[in-house]
Design a protein around this ligand. Structure first.
Ligand code: GDP
Ligand code: IMO
Ligand code: MG
Length: 424
């Protein structure tokens, strides 16, 4: 069978989890393929609200298997906390969570170093990370100093690699960050306990997923963050340390590209970003404030206010090229219900010349060209199909579709499952 992919097209928080939850009903296996507990994925069902950081958002359907993929960095403390929270809310997770044995473990020292680096960075150099240790853990992976989940089960790891890894980390902690050294015995005990708790959850994810696909199972790949936070194609260095884009979905899950069917780009009807870094269509006036207030734009992981601005066509076109988007899901359209006019960034100029790509440097030199669209000034949350939407809302959707060059297949008009319009 085939795999569909959900990818964020902007700077994260596009409403990916809401769409994943909507699509997971028709899915057997949901796979998170990158990132870690920096993600905050919110699903609202009835009066209940769930926020996922590591566990795939498909967990709310009782028969769905949820895989934490090999491209992830997994903080065991965050994982167990999340599992406990789900149990409290009556969600049964036993036998439903599988963890790729090549995923990396994110350990307490990663979080210490992340926070120390952010605290000591000069003004203008701070990234505004979630302080979840993400960049430090991926750094260890790239440096080949990382610890993978499977290492816990290796016959030689504890004796052969752990002591020198901890010695190296201790040196960095004490000499660069004035932090405490790692106690090797305590770390060994911590990891042995972790091994016991993870027993029975591990999979060789590439083998497992390709086999399940071949036997007819339907897979949904769940991206975290978004294209503009991609390590290679985002606003570097103000990015996360993984690839949320299609390439990262393949390497982070071990699924072969020829299983991929739909690549669905999740796109807010405006734009937000949390943390530092360039944001061409950011609105510093009362409209930015209004978007934040109506859209409740506060981070699900850190609670920080999100920066808000208008829809940016060039961002979505960049995202469509990199990801090979086959469709878009336009979310939070209802947040625009009360605007007289809605601005859209339809293009860029740099040094007086039109550019039709997202530049890799000097992004702050971009001058955005805007077009204005009339608002619809009525609530659309109860609309069930395209025809029930006000004329100006339909015009806005059609204009975005045309500008971006990707068909819009879903429109989300509220946070709940049922507030979703399937267009095509
Ligand atoms: P994700 O990280 O991409 O999954 O997005 P987040 O969960 O961080 O942020 C999206 C927020 O918008 C959540 O609070 C959702 O409940 C909410 N949301 C999702 N879709 C809609 C929508 O169509 N309308 C409104 N008003 N809220 C939405
Ligand atoms: P979801 O999956 C929005 C941002 C941080 C910071 C930068 C680097 O909910 O869309 P990191 O902790 O990853 O090293 O921080 O990336 N960031 C997100 N912004 N949504 C997210 O995830 C994010 N995950 C990280 O704010 O600017
Ligand atoms: Mg989020």
């Amino acid at each position: 069978m085939s795999a569909n992919l959900i990818v964020g097209t902007q700077w994260g928080d596009e409403g990916k989890a809401k769409v994943i939850d909507f699509l997971a009903e028709e899915t057997d296996i949901v796979v998170r393929y990158q990132g870690g507990a920096n993600a905050g994925h919110t699903v609202k069902v009835g009066d209940k609200k769930y926020i996922f950081h590591l566990i795939p958002s498909g967990i709310l359907y009782p028969n769905t298997i949820c895989v934490l993929g090999g491209g992830m960095v997994i903080d065991p403390e965050a994982l167990f906390e999340e599992l406990e929270e789900l149990h409290k809310q009556g969600i049964e997770t036993k036998e439903r969570i599988r963890i790729a044995d090549n995923a990396h473990l994110l350990l307490p020292y990663h979080k210490i170093i992340d926070a120390k680096r952010e605290d000591s960075a000069a003004s203008g150099q701070k990234i505004g990370t979630t302080r979840r240790g993400i960049g430090v853990c991926y750094g260890d992976k790239v440096n080949r100093w990382g610890i993978r989940v499977g290492d816990l089960f290796s016959k030689t790891f504890f004796q052969d690699r752990l002591p020198s890894l901890m010695q190296n980390k201790s040196k960095i902690l004490t000499q660069l960050y004035e932090a405490e050294a790692i106690n090797l015995d305590e770390m060994r005990t911590y990891l042995e306990k972790l091994k016991e708790r993870l027993q029975g959850m591990l999979i060789n994810s590439s083998y497992y997923l390709n086999l399940e696909l071949a036997s007819g199972k339907r897979v949904l790949l769940e991206g975290a963050q978004g294209t503009m936070l991609d390590l290679d194609y985002g606003t570097y260095p103000f990015v996360t340390s993984s690839n949320p884009t299609t390439g990262g979905a393949l390497s982070g899950s071990g699924i072969s590209f020829n299983h991929l069917e739909e690549v669905i780009g999740i796109t807010k009807a405006y734009t937000t970003r949390v943390g530092e870094g360039p944001f061409p269509t950011e609105s510093f006036d009362e409209y930015g404030e209004k978007l934040r207030e109506i859209g409740q734009e506060f981070g699900s992981t850190t609670g920080r206010p999100r920066r808000c601005g208008w829809f940016d066509v060039e961002v979505i076109r960049h995202s469509a090229r990199i990801n090979g988007l086959t469709s878009l899901a336009l979310t939070k359209l209802d947040v625009l219900d009360d605007f007289d006019t809605i601005k859209v960034g339809v293009g860029y100029e740099i040094d007086g010349k039109r550019v039709s790509y997202f530049p890799s440097y000097d992004v702050e030199n971009i001058k955005v060209i805007y077009e204005e669209f009339p608002g619809w000034k009525e609530s659309i949350t109860d609309c069930k199909n395209l025809h029930e939407l006000p004329k100006n809302a339909r015009k806005y959707i059609q204009a975005l579709e045309k500008f971006c060059g990707v068909p819009i297949h879903w429109v989300s008009v509220g946070p709940k499952r049922e507030s979703t319009i399937r267009l095509k």
